[in-house]
Write a protein that binds this ligand. Structure first.
Ligand SMILES: C[S@@+](CC[C@H](N)C(=O)[O-])C[C@H]1O[C@@H](n2cnc3c(N)ncnc32)[C@H](O)[C@@H]1O
Length: 251
């Protein structure tokens, strides 16, 4: 089953910060080169591509819930060494357990981390690595409060008053406990401040951070919403990212 769709072309061009974070996460994965690795929330496959460089004799399973993102990953990645699957991670089934799961910039988009971690554990072999990074406690707190303030203005309020929560920015202790409950030994779990100025701030806000807001607004209000948030953010645009990381192994 697919999840909400993304603008894959735009994400591919603006996701420089995610690619840099992804490379750092990948460096924590210990690989011989012949393993099967699941990239959970692979997006357009840019981080998957560098995972693949570490798997000269192995196989990569790149999973994403957005049809456009999965299609872009399929175009990017070699079909003989990579299986691209469009699926919600919460319901993903694989024929064989994998040796490792890597995930970057994805899990905060999934609200039920207990269900998510249980699913990842079920897909891993005993001893398999689970190395991940996503938005954590306090992530983009300033950007979010600006988004909420702009949403409450009369022009936008009727469309955005009841949109609910899109993100789960979990803390270190809650995550460590959840991982242990799901059947993982956790060697490290930490928050890392990552203030970021994206290369194309307006497009980045449109495609990544405020995309779920814009989906609830009529097209003619997209530009005014982005103008208003950018005005509040000021110059230079600095997004107050806080990345939650963990290195764990399936018990
Ligand atoms: C910010 S992108 C990160 C993509 C890639 N890992 C990267 O670092 O560039 C987040 C991705 O998570 C995917 N995603 C969000 N919720 C998902 C779910 N429940 N199942 C599968 N994919 C999901 C989205 O479709 C999107 O492609």
């Amino acid at each position: 089953m697919a999840t909400r769709d993304w603008n894959a072309d735009s994400y591919d061009s603006v996701s420089v910060p995610q690619q840099e974070w992804g490379a750092g996460v990948l460096a924590r994965l210990s690989l011989r080169g012949d393993e099967t690795v699941l990239d959970a929330g692979a997006g357009t496959g840019r981080v998957s591509e560098i995972v693949l460089e570490r798997l000269p004799r192995g196989h990569l399973i790149a999973v994403d819930g957005s049809q456009s993102m999965a299609q872009r990953a399929r175009e990017r990645l070699p079909a003989d060494r990579v299986s691209v699957i469009c699926s919600d991670l919460l319901t993903l089934e694989l024929p064989e357990p994998v040796d490792a799961v890597i995930s970057t910039a994805t899990f905060h988009w999934i609200l039920d981390h207990d269900a998510l971690f249980a699913r990842m554990r079920a897909l891993l072999r005993e001893g398999g690595q689970f190395v991940a990074q996503c938005g954590g406690e306090g992530n983009i707190a300033r950007v979010r409060s600006i988004g909420e303030a702009v949403s409450s203005r009369p022009t936008f309020r009727e469309h955005l008053a009841a949109i609910g929560e899109f993100w789960h920015y979990a803390g270190v202790e809650a995550t460590r406990e959840r991982l242990v409950r799901a059947g993982f030994d956790v060697s490290a779990c930490w928050l890392q401040p990552a203030p970021t100025t994206p290369p194309a701030p307006r497009e980045f806000l449109e495609t990544v951070i405020f995309a779920p807001y814009l989906e609830h607004l009529p097209a003619e209000l997209h530009a005014p919403f982005l103008d208003a948030t950018l005005a509040e953010l000021g110059q230079p645009v600095v997004l107050d990212y806080q990345r939650l990381n963990w290195d764990a192994r399936a018990r």
